[in-house]
Design a protein around this ligand. Structure first.
Ligand SMILES: *Cc1c(COP(=O)(O)O)cnc(C)c1O
Length: 231
């Protein structure tokens, strides 16, 4: 079932790329395995998937340890408290949810020297919810400059999680703001190559708007039996 779901998601991605006039390989698929066990990850791996996203740090660390024999790439896509930075720095390949310099500094200091630099995206609050995670768009460039200077991090791009939009056009309008910010930061001289946006229900709109990485959970693994994001 996971293999079938994955192949449906890959087809959707390929169609979305074709529709947008983009290369089929222009968008990376991140399989969001949060709340699912190591067995589900193994099934997805058997179907050719190697990049996985996790929200809950301790759950992820257990899964990463259980699957250490497989060549998998792990992305942290959940909120990071200061007391969890060490676990993240020691176990993940990527972090999409950097929104404060202090957290970025801790991740850089705690990244073990024998590992490659931690690949990071800055999370941006593109639709402006007052209580939402992510840096305000107006502050993204300043944070990008500061993060790019940290020795053990490698700044790759921006990430956003907009509220579900009523339709395709509305979703594109919000994703377009993230793309404009991504372009502006690149033009300001901070090189970014990753725009992490789009999930199971809005990946077509995200791809049409310039996403380079979609984070897809339920369309691959099925419905989750506990909440999607830690609050
Ligand atoms: C859970 C989650 C996803 C995947 O959501 P689906 O709707 O299941 O595809 C993507 N990104 C983040 C940050 C998430 O927390």
């Amino acid at each position: 079932m996971i293999a079938d779901n994955l192949s449906r998601v890959r087809t959707r991605l390929a169609q979305a790329c074709a529709q947008a006039g983009r290369d089929a390989g222009a968008v990376t698929l991140l399989a969001v395995s949060k709340t699912f066990g190591a067995d589900a990850v193994v099934q997805a791996y058997a179907a050719g998937q190697t990049a996985f996203g996790e929200n809950y740090i301790q759950e992820a660390v257990d899964k990463i340890a259980a699957l250490a024999h497989l060549p998998l790439e792990w992305h942290c896509i959940g909120p990071i408290q200061s007391n969890k930075t060490r676990l993240v720095a020691e176990h993940f390949d990527w972090v999409h949810t950097v929104e404060r310099l202090k957290i970025a500094q801790r991740l850089s200091e705690q990244r073990p020297p024998q590992l490659a630099p931690l690949q990071v995206c800055i999370q941006v609050n593109v639709d402006g919810g007052a209580t939402k995670s992510g840096v305000a768009p107006a502050e993204a460039l300043t944070l990008a400059h500061a993060v790019a200077a940290l020795p053990r991090l490698r700044l790759r791009g921006l990430m956003c999680i907009p509220e579900p939009a009523p339709d395709f056009v509305a979703a594109c309008a919000v994703f377009a703001r993230a793309k404009a910010l991504f372009d502006a930061i690149n033009e300001a001289g901070v090189r970014l190559d990753t725009l992490s946006m789009g999930m199971s229900n809005d990946l077509e709109a995200a791809v049409a708007s310039g996403s380079t990485l979609v984070r897809v959970g339920s369309a691959i693994f099925g419905a989750r039996s506990y909440p999607a994001t830690a609050t």
